[in-house]
Design a protein around this ligand. Structure first.
Ligand code: HEM
Length: 338
């Protein structure tokens, strides 16, 4: 901040005091910069400020629907990787969701959608994945994402402007990437007509004893299908669960191909805002077959993405690391009716 001249001194002091009063704790910070720290409870707090308090429901991805089915691994995955994930066909518990903490979220919007899958491996610890319909995240670290959410809240309250947001995104270009992607890609017409991305990198034990960094994606076997402008104008705010049930009733089951994109040694594995070049080797590691939807089987599940079975480990992506604590707080709150 430039130094004030003598005539301005009083007003600058009052401005600073006003900022401290209006913004308790660390909020007197420059709103165009990412905060210096970001904790799991900071996220729970801002989610509740942005979406309101909804006791007993998830603090992120509050609106969603359970589904169930099986995962059938492919032969190539079994040969190349040393993990029980690929030993045999396993039952899965699935949840599809809308991003955000609003249990009545409008499903026609360009918000990211999510999928959580719990692989129930026989005789082994379960494996979880939780991904989004965007290939990139809104920040290279939790601080950039938190700063963006806080600014969105200030805009919601009329205390900051769209220009402030633009300035923040200029200062933190990585935080702009997810929003730009969403603007360029209309939402899918159904939960199972979208590709879901794991976004973070993980490490897999290879059969030759080496480690392989990878990112996963779940690709609908029947292809992607986007919402048309007309549908966006005429559909009710909630239509995804109905369409999922209809699709299952008509087809009997729905397949999603689980693909792993394998990193080259020079690819960054700790930055979820960056995509790798699109010529990376991609292998199909198996098929997720959904056979039913509805019910409450996914409700008591915390789809913590660091709940990994033998042979798979997390990368040092700081966003991935933070997610476990945030999910645990949300899980504890929702189970205790908060
Ligand atoms: C700092 C970053 C993030 C924070 C603080 C955060 C926080 C949360 C919280 C609190 C929940 C609710 C958990 C529960 O009650 O069970 C949630 C759900 C979810 N998040 Fe995140 N998240 C972050 C990043 C991500 C990323 C990068 C992805 C995708 C790669 C993601 C995908 C999901 C999905 C799919 C769900 C819904 C899971 C379900 O259906 O239970 N999140 N998130």
């Amino acid at each position: 901040m430039p130094l004030p001249n003598a005539g301005q001194r009083v007003s600058v002091c009052s401005l600073l005091t006003a900022l401290m009063i209006a913004a308790p704790g660390s909020r007197a910070e420059d709103i165009h910069q990412a905060p210096a720290t970001a904790s799991a409870s900071d996220f729970i707090e801002i989610f509740e400020q942005l979406s309101g308090t909804h006791p007993g429901v998830r603090k992120g991805h509050a609106r969603g629907v359970c589904a169930e089915g099986r995962f059938t691994p492919g032969e190539e995955a079994r040969e190349r990787f040393d993990t029980p994930l690929f030993d045999q066909s396993t039952p899965v518990v699935v949840r599809f969701s809308m991003g955000g903490g609003n249990p009545d979220a409008d499903e026609r919007t360009r918000a990211p959608r999510g999928i959580g899958v719990k692989f129930l491996l026989e005789g082994e610890s379960p494996h979880h994945i939780a991904g989004l319909t965007t290939p990139v995240f809104a920040g290279k670290n939790p601080q950039q994402f938190l700063g963006l959410l806080r600014l969105n809240h200030l805009i919601q309250q009329g205390e900051a402007s769209a220009e402030d947001r633009e300035r923040y995104l200029e200062e933190n270009p990585e935080a702009a990437r997810q929003g730009r992607w969403l603007q360029a890609h209309p939402p899918a017409a159904e939960y199972t007509a979208a590709t879901y991305f794991g976004i973070h990198s993980f490490l897999a034990d290879r059969s030759d004893g080496q480690m392989q960094a990878f990112r996963w994606q779940l690709v609908p076997a029947a292809g992607e299908q986007l919402l048309t402008e007309e549908e966006r104008a005429t559909l009710p705010a909630a239509f995804l669960e109905d369409r999922l049930n209809k699709r299952l009733a008509e087809a009997g089951s729905i397949d999603l191909h689980w693909q792993w994109v394998l990193a080259d040694p020079e690819d960054p594995i700790n930055d979820p805002s960056l995509q790798w070049p699109n010529d990376r080797e991609t292998i199909s590691v198996g098929t997720l077959t959904l056979t039913g939807a509805g019910g409450v089987a996914c409700e008591p599940v915390n789809f913590d993405p660091n709940q990994l079975t033998r042979g798979i480990s997390p990368s040092d992506d700081p966003v991935l690391a933070l997610r476990s604590a945030a999910y645990a707080i949300s899980f504890g709150k929702r189970l205790s009716g908060q």
